[in-house]
Design a protein around this ligand. Structure first.
Ligand code: PLP
Length: 351
């Protein structure tokens, strides 16, 4: 059972079919002048058009990248130099690492609210916030945030990785840049996108690809896969019902949900009192259930979730918490079997 879909997801069969078709098309350098190149250019333009119309933006604002990490580095380094940046401790490493050691960065602690931001806004030139947290699933009030950004004329960069492809997204005026990654919604690994409606120097320099905004021959099979994945039926409601059912089944363990506020449909970050999260995760893996104790970028280590700590949960609670994240492929049978395995394992470990 795979309950770690916020780390990555399985490729959807429809996406695989599109990618295989693309891989079989023959040489496909979209910058070549000959007929193969022209045909590739047409398919690239079609994928760009699909993404642009999905978000209601202009095709020239869509920049295909190797993933969200590249896209975030691109826009942070391109727009952030010398700027007073307001962001949050809850952001992913792909945001926090490029912000590290910059003198003019303020990171909000704990849950992100407009009230907390208010004092900092008069001294901020750039805002960087995630649409939803990848560990707790808690969503940011993007409509309100984008409105504030618009009213004050401060560019807003949105890390949409945890939300895009799982739930509908409105590209509010006030959003300057949106970043997402295809492998989080049944698209291929190594395919991301930056939607950017402002001038920004390229992060990867070289040829004139992507309207001179990102050099390098485009990875057409991955880009076509990304576009296909974006337009799949998201099944948001179905996933949400299954997630809620999962939490209901585990109630007898006295679990508590980590994260307050409206959550993404697929994410369940749970506190299991009296059990070490790491130990529980390893035992569950041995009986066939994959989950995680936080961001995949830190779960290779024994680190305690810095997100839960920043949210104000005690260390003991953070150490006793695990993240379960579901997808369109998660069946009710898996939810029931998974909940049974968790109940058995937790009871054994608590003895
Ligand atoms: N932002 C968030 C919220 C993420 O969860 C991730 C990956 O887990 C990233 C950015 C980076 O995405 P990628 O590793 O696909 O570049």
């Amino acid at each position: 059972m795979y309950f770690d879909n916020n780390a990555t997801t399985a490729l959807a069969p429809e996406v695989l079919a599109v990618m295989l078709e693309e891989l079989q098309k023959g040489p496909s350098n979209a910058s070549s002048i000959h007929s193969y190149g022209q045909s590739a250019r047409g398919r690239l333009a079609a994928a760009r058009h699909t993404v642009a119309s999905y978000f209601g933006v202009a095709p020239k604002e869509v920049i295909f990248t190797s993933g969200a990490t590249e896209a975030l580095n691109h826009v942070i380094k391109g727009l952030g130099n010398g700027k007073r940046i307001l962001s949050s401790e809850l952001e992913h490493a792909a945001v926090l690492t490029p912000l590290h050691n910059r003198p003019l960065v303020t990171l909000l602690k704990g849950a992100v609210t407009l009230e907390k931001m208010a004092d900092h806004l008069p001294h901020s030139d750039l805002l960087i916030f995630m649409a939803a947290n990848n560990e707790t699933g808690v969503k940011t009030d993007l409509a309100a945030l984008a409105d504030v950004a618009y009213q004050r004329g401060i560019p807003l960069i949105v890390d949409g990785v945890a939300l895009i492809g799982k739930e509908p997204f409105t590209f509010h005026r006030g959003i300057t840049a949106l970043v997402f990654s295809a492998h989080k919604f049944h698209g291929p690994l190594g395919a991301g996108c930056l939607i950017l409606n402002k001038n920004c120097p390229p992060f990867i320099e070289g040829g004139p690809q992507e309207n001179r905004r990102r050099a390098g021959t485009e990875n057409l099979p991955a880009i076509c896969g990304l576009a296909k994945a974006l337009t799949l039926d998201k099944k948001t409601e179905q996933i949400g019902q299954r997630r809620d059912y999962f939490e209901e089944l585990l109630q007898e363990l006295d679990i508590e949900v980590n994260g307050e506020g409206e959550r993404l449909c697929n994410t369940s970050n749970l506190y299991f009192p009296g059990v070490e999260g790491e130990e529980l995760m390893i035992h569950l893996d041995q009986v066939g259930l994959c989950c995680s104790h936080g961001s995949a970028c830190s779960s290779g280590t024994l680190a305690i979730s810095r997100v839960l700590l920043s949210l104000g949960y005690p260390r003991e609670r953070a150490k006793s918490s695990l993240r379960f994240s579901f997808s369109r492929f998660t069946t009710p049978e898996e939810i029931e079997r998974g909940a049974d395995l968790i109940k058995e394992t937790v009871k054994k470990l608590r003895r």
